[in-house]
Design a binder for this molecule. Structure first.
Ligand code: C5P
Length: 235
């Protein structure tokens, strides 16, 4: 185990493409285990918003990487488990979830200097009693020594359907074909980029959630985890 990457607490890494259910699964799993949660996608989203707010060009790798190094972002979880995200002291929780933030995030996430600037910040989330880390490169690069690595997928059609439902519940009306196109575009940008492309770690367990409910996915991961450590009982 490498000293630089050895986490200070057990880590479950959950990677996979957009819309596979990672966010919900990670949140529920962290709550069930009473562990910390790292939503690394939100970090890239917040960074993209911060760059847009400062009118930086998303094509300017150096400027965006410099901003990443001084990013003033805070994640706060209240008692009920709801999360608030603050950027420069202002609440940006809803803005972070927009498609504009997601699309801009995948643009700034292409840059090696940007990714490098966010490594330390992400590793600092690994604090006792443990961490559930949700992203694209949690198991491959950020936490290569994670106790358990899961690569969560679902068919592109199912992922588009889930994203559509999620947005509709928030009152956002997007056409399903347009969403499918966006998801396919983002997938290919994430999978083909030169740095930290979206691939399962060699030692990741691949879980296809197309035909599974969220609680089934969480239970599955808990079973895998309990093969490696004592998992605290529910409640
Ligand atoms: O997961 P989420 O949709 O919030 O991520 C937004 C974008 O941030 C992704 O499309 C991806 O380009 C980028 N990302 C990344 N590495 C991570 C998490 C997210 O490149 N660990």
């Amino acid at each position: 185990m490498n000293r630089e990457t050895a986490p200070a607490a057990p880590v479950v890494a959950i990677d996979g493409p957009s819309g596979a259910g990672k966010g919900t699964v990670s949140r529920l799993l962290a709550r069930r285990l009473r562990w910390n949660l790292l939503d690394s996608g939100a970090l890239y989203r917040v960074l993209a918003l911060a760059a847009l707010d400062r009118r930086l060009s998303l094509e300017d790798e150096t400027a965006v990487a410099e901003l990443a190094g001084v990013l003033d972002v805070v994640f706060v979880s209240d008692e009920a488990g709801a999360e608030r995200i603050e950027l420069d002291g202002k609440v940006v929780t809803d803005r972070v979830r927009t498609e504009r933030a997601g699309d801009s995030a995948s643009r700034v996430a292409r840059y090696p200097a940007v990714r490098e600037a966010l490594v330390r910040l992400q590793r600092d989330f690994a604090r006792p009693p443990g961490l559930v880390a949700d992203g694209r490169d949690m198991g491959t690069l950020i936490f290569p020594d994670a106790l358990l690595k899961v690569f969560l997928t679902a068919s592109p059609e199912e992922r588009a359907r889930r994203r559509h439902k999620q947005l509709k519940e928030k009152g956002i009306d997007v056409s399903l074909p347009a969403l499918s196109r966006d998801i396919a575009e983002r997938d290919s940008r994430d999978a083909q980029r030169a740095v930290a492309p979206l691939v399962p770690a060699d030692d990741a367990k691949v879980l296809d959630s197309t035909e599974m409910s969220i609680p089934q996915v969480v239970d599955h991961i808990v079973i895998w985890l309990s093969e490696r450590m004592d998992v605290p009982p529910v409640g």
